[in-house]
Design a protein around this ligand. Structure first.
Ligand SMILES: Cc1cc2nc3c(=O)[nH]c(=O)nc-3n(C[C@H](O)[C@H](O)[C@H](O)COP(=O)(O)O)c2cc1C
Length: 345
């Protein structure tokens, strides 16, 4: 059977292919998730939302859980340390109608781990077992988790976490191939992810430092993982999911045209304007345009302009002409040097 005919499965979901956008705080909000589903991310996941924030009725937390039908298959990610609150957060996510709930167990940020949330959850396996079981029993929708390889070099217990998660009824584990102690330094350890996958009773989604479609497909094939998760790479190359899918199917992906790039930008412009007030839309537009522009000729001057232009319409006009020139001249390459070396997972 060729890859074209092959149906892929991620846990309980049928998907077109195994390449998934990683959750990123301040980035994978509803309009970007919609855009990335259009750009073929197999599923999408929200940024982390605090179970404590939901408990105390923080409007910001509730706003972060809003999603659009177009996003399906969509998961909402929660974090916290208190089992009962996490269960109630899962139930809230279920009431909202999301397709699955994802627990953040990878966040390295001191404010989160000092309370026992995020990546600190992998330190107490018996407590984790109880929490995961309670979450799974508390809802009908699938529960998934996202972890790191371990707390530090001497305690890389991802396989133990995966086994506990399987016993609890979790549906998949996404593994960012770094320890908590590493933060974003060094490289994601895909050998380690592959070894966990080889012994895992659960589907494993590997994650870390996948910046090109070639690397995405190579990771998928070499390490036998069920999925490959791409975070920062999609901010340099928003076409990475459809390109990876084409490559896996043995198709050469079409040359990226100016028309295609401008369509992506126009979709993003409309989605941002639909979701945020003009100031909010502008803040998000600036960030994405700056990330996309890396590797295009004149990107540093463009980035300077992006942050001084005060009018939304003018910003997008400038962006259209910048990306049109780069793509028409075929004078760009997606950058893969490290950037955004910090985050919540
Ligand atoms: C700015 C930023 C925010 C992030 N926020 C989250 C988050 O909310 N939840 C999560 O599980 N991981 C979060 N992460 C981690 C990513 O999902 C991913 O594990 C990490 O960036 C490594 O993958 P990459 O090399 O493909 O970017 C964040 C990463 C970055 C850079």
């Amino acid at each position: 059977m060729s890859c074209t005919e092959k149906k892929f499965k991620l846990g309980p979901f049928d998907v077109e292919h195994p390449f998934v956008l990683a959750p990123m705080a301040g980035i994978t909000n509803s309009p970007f998730r919609r855009l990335m589903r259009r750009m073929k991310s197999a599923v999408v996941i929200s940024e982390l939302v605090s179970a404590n924030g939901l408990e105390y009725g923080g409007q910001k937390s509730f706003d972060l859980l809003k999603f659009h039908e177009e996003e399906r298959t969509v998961g909402l990610q929660i974090f916290g340390e208190d089992t009962d609150r996490l269960v109630r957060a899962c139930q809230h996510v279920e009431r909202l109608g999301a397709d699955f709930v994802d627990l953040n167990m990878g966040c390295p940020v001191p404010k989160v781990v000092k309370n026992g949330g995020g990546s600190a959850m992998c330190k107490d396996i018996p407590a984790l077992a109880k929490t995961l079981k309670a979450m799974v029993e508390g809802v009908k929708i699938p529960v998934t988790i996202k972890i790191r390889t371990g707390w530090d070099e001497t305690s890389r217990n991802a396989l133990e976490v995966v086994r506990v998660a399987a016993d609890a009824g979790v549906k998949w584990v996404a593994i960012h191939g770094r320890t908590r102690a590493q933060g974003y330094s060094g490289l994601a350890d895909w050998e380690f992810i592959g070894n966990v996958k080889a012994k895992s009773p659960l589907p494993i989604i590997g994650n870390g430092d996948v910046n090109t479609p070639e690397v995405a497909v190579e990771r998928y094939k070499t390490y036998g993982v069920d999925g490959v998760m791409v975070g920062r790479g999609a901010l340099r190359n928003p076409f990475i999911f459809e390109q990876s899918m084409a490559l896996l199917r043995g198709e050469t992906f079409p040359v990226l045209t100016a028309e295609r790039y401008l369509q992506l930008l126009d979709d993003q412009r409309v989605l941002l304007n639909e979701t945020f007030d003009p100031k909010g839309a502008m803040i998000h537009a600036r960030k994405f345009l700056a990330w996309y522009s890396a590797g295009f000729p004149g990107s540093s001057e463009f980035r300077k302009k992006v942050f001084v232009i005060a009018d939304g319409a003018e910003l997008w006009r400038e962006a259209f002409s910048f990306f049109e020139a780069g793509t028409r001249q075929r004078d760009f390459k997606y950058m893969s040097e490290p950037f955004l070396m910090g985050g919540h997972g």
